[in-house]
Design a protein around this ligand. Structure first.
Ligand code: PMP
Length: 436
């Protein structure tokens, strides 16, 4: 096979063994879809990750986003080691979590009050509960192709059927992502295509009595890497103000990387509630639901219940503090834009050189590569028109030569990447294009 350089026999053996004890051999569904199958890793440092077959990768997955400051950053590790020496978990409060909350208050425009949870999914769940409690309404409005975790009420609108199966734009068909979802849960939300303000306005005007919240990824990163059209987020903000609806930004991906204060700082649109996770703590399980007092006071007063045995454990809070210190002190955001823009420009050039229908879209800190004849891709319906088979070959070709990219075509940049890493990735992309 002309494509194959790296081999994966040790991973394959471990996967076989893992299947006897771990369902499907993995601990998260998405890990099945590595190339050529689930891979087992041995260690990681900086911009590199190494697998059990001895293959070295320049890592552009950042472990699905968390490793914004790079793998195994010494300052983060030091913070964790020092603070966890005191103990791990108290079923009570500790000083560092106030310091973390105070730091986030300063960074994030909407963060007047917050609570810490373990992951993005839980924090999304909390935000929707707050929205229903405050507005007295039941439904939330969400968008095709946006990912908000894997829990019951958001496990919809994601699996990728054919374009035809999506149905009419104004009333899309609902596709469950999982078996076993409770009956009637699809009555809890309204689904719409993203980036269509006229359709959003029409729907909200007609159904404002039912809608407690609009939840959106401010940049659609879970299908493509799609910027909101000019005025779209502002339009959303205006509708929410007018009709007593919570505007929820799911900043699990955009948080800390589009700017220190997330996409809400970048776009200067302040949501009522927002979710931060992934890059907050470099791989330690901590997330935050943050929001304006007029919404979060319901949690403060115990009217909306939010709880969790493991919340704000010492190591996770110390990891978050360490990460934020690196973000602040090492010009991380500026660096990832610079490198991401270099990578985007280089990839576009290679696409041209080979007269390929490669489309590169994104912001810099995260970017997407796909193959399509469309000039731009603006929503999930257009994402479905990407040539998946060709992308699969491209991603596999890169992987087999040491460039690790998320299988759906998303690349993340970290502060540990160097210009040389970017050049190496471009050289290898060029080599793969020759073979495509
Ligand atoms: N929201 C978004 C935008 C995400 O990308 C993800 C994870 N990919 C989640 C929520 C869920 O977060 P977690 O996997 O930490 O539960």
């Amino acid at each position: 096979n002309a494509f194959s350089m790296y081999t994966y026999s040790k991973s394959a053996e471990l996967l076989e063994r893992a299947r006897q004890s771990l369902a499907g051999g993995v601990s998260s569904e998405f890990r099945k879809y590595n190339h050529p199958h689930a891979i087992f890793y041995s260690h990681a440092a900086g911009s590199r990750v190494y697998d059990v077959d001895g293959n070295e990768y320049i890592d552009f997955t950042l472990s699905q986003g968390p490793m914004l400051v790079g793998h195994n950053h010494p300052h983060v590790v030091k913070r964790v080691e020092e603070y966890a020496r005191n103990g791990q978990l108290y079923a009570g409060q500790h000083l560092l979590e106030i310091e973390l909350a105070e730091k986030l208050q300063k960074m994030i425009p909407s963060a007047e009050l917050m609570r810490f949870c373990l992951d993005g999914s839980e924090a999304v769940h909390t935000a929707l509960r707050v929205a229903r409690a405050k507005t007295g309404k039941q439904k939330f409005l969400r968008f095709e192709g946006h990912y908000h975790g894997w829990l019951d009420n958001v496990a919809w609108g994601l699996s990728t059927p054919t374009l035809d199966a999506l149905g009419p734009r104004a009333s899309p068909n609902l596709h469950a992502w999982s078996a076993g979802l409770p009956a009637q849960v699809e009555n809890n939300f309204i689904l719409l295509p993203w980036n269509d303000l006229a359709l959003l306005e029409k729907t909200v005007k007609a159904r404002c009595d039912e809608i407690a919240a609009i939840i959106t990824e401010p940049v659609m990163c879970n299908n493509g890497c799609i910027m909101p059209k000019d005025g779209y987020l502002q339009g959303m903000r205006d509708l929410c103000n007018r009709y007593n609806i919570a505007l929820i930004f799911d900043e699990v991906i955009t948080g800390f990387r589009t700017s220190l204060g997330g996409a809400q700082s970048y776009f200067k649109i302040t949501p009522d509630l927002s979710i931060f996770a992934k890059a907050l703590a470099s791989g330690y399980p901590i997330s935050a639901i943050v929001g304006k007092k007029e919404w979060m006071h319901l949690i403060a007063e115990g009217k909306v219940i939010h709880a969790g045995t493991m919340n704000s454990s010492n190591s996770t809070v110390a990891a978050a503090i360490g990460t934020l210190e690196v973000l602040e002190n090492e010009n991380v955001v500026e660096r990832v834009y610079l490198l991401g823009n270099l990578l985007m420009a280089g990839l576009k050039q290679i696409g041209k050189k080979y007269r390929s229908n490669l489309l590169v879209q994104g912001l810099g800190p995260m970017l997407h590569t796909g193959f399509t004849d469309l000039a731009t891709v603006n929503d999930f319906r257009e994402v479905l028109q990407y040539d998946k088979a060709k992308l699969g070959k491209f991603i596999a070709g890169l992987h087999d030569r040491g460039i690790r990219v998320i299988g759906r075509g998303l690349w993340y940049i970290s502060a540990a990447h160097t210009k040389e890493d970017i050049q190496k990735a471009l050289d290898i992309a060029d080599e793969v294009f020759k073979l495509l």
